[in-house]
Design a protein around this ligand. Structure first.
Ligand SMILES: [Zn+2]
Length: 58
């Protein structure tokens, strides 16, 4: 089994973990209201998922 040659320093490990949020999440648009929504989630604005109302929006 391959084994790392050196211990990863705290600075290197932390700088690797500091970068994961830099890219924006992939968003699609709601088919009903055109709002940006995360995929596989109901739309926050109009409460629909796959063009059916699943949530009540206040
Ligand atoms: Zn919507």
């Amino acid at each position: 089994m391959a084994v790392p040659k050196r211990k990863v320093s705290k600075a290197r490990r932390n700088s690797r973990r500091a970068n994961w949020k830099l890219t924006a999440p992939n968003l699609s648009t709601c088919t009903k209201c055109g709002e940006l929504v995360m995929s596989h989630r109901a739309c926050k604005k109009c409460g629909t998922y796959k063009s059916k109302v699943v949530l009540e929006v206040k």
